[in-house]
Design a protein around this ligand. Structure first.
Ligand SMILES: [Zn+2]
Length: 77
């Protein structure tokens, strides 16, 4: 009588990988929202379009300057 051998795999350590780098979350620093476009949430995608944030979620050197014009534009709109 043949009995199928069951490969027993260790089930320990089955926790999901770190959540810090999930592509479904907004890349912006400290942002916990879900990404909607280009790995950014709607708000930070706006930032990306304005150059306030790089593709990798980093702030550019002249962030402050850009952020000010961004705010001005938002007020004017
Ligand atoms: Zn975001």
């Amino acid at each position: 009588m043949a009995q199928k051998l069951k490969h027993k795999e260790p089930t320990s350590g089955q926790a999901p990988a770190t959540v810090s780098n999930l592509p479904t979350n907004c890349k912006a620093d400290g942002c916990k929202k879900k990404s909607e476009k280009m790995d950014f949430c709607a708000e930070h995608y706006d930032w990306f379009k304005w150059g306030l944030i790089t593709r990798d979620g980093q702030k550019p050197i002249d962030f402050d300057k850009k952020y000010q014009s961004f705010l001005k534009h938002k007020k004017a709109a």
